[in-house]
Design a protein around this ligand. Sequence first.
Ligand code: AMP
Ligand code: ZN
Length: 111
Amino acid sequence: MSDCIFCKIVAGDIPSKKLYEDDRVLAFYDIEPKTPVHFLVITKDHIKGALEISEENSRLVAHIFEVIAKLAAELELGAFRVVTNNGPDAGQTVFHLHFHVLSGGVLGEMA
Ligand code: AMP
Ligand code: ZN
């Protein structure tokens, strides 16, 4: 999608601090980290958000969680939180499916 910032990152038109990439997903550090370690795992395909997850594409989400587990082990995160915001009222600002991985220090309670 031409006006999507994450599609531009996937295409290499906008630089990112990449952690992992394969044919389906990309992981890179968040530009405005909310915790000492904060990266995003996104689909390479443009999927608007969690509401668009379906029987046809849900294997991608399973793959994203495999990648999160691999990166969490490699980075020795120990405790971490995975978040996806769906819709502006939930804090979604980029409308391309992504999972935040937040770690470092004590995260405190949420949900
Ligand atoms: P959300 O608000 O849940 O849609 O998450 C979007 C996230 O993307 C925010 O945490 C932003 O800081 C992050 N972000 C926006 N632009 C970039 C960028 N160019 N590189 C890395 N992270 C970005
Ligand atoms: Zn996109």
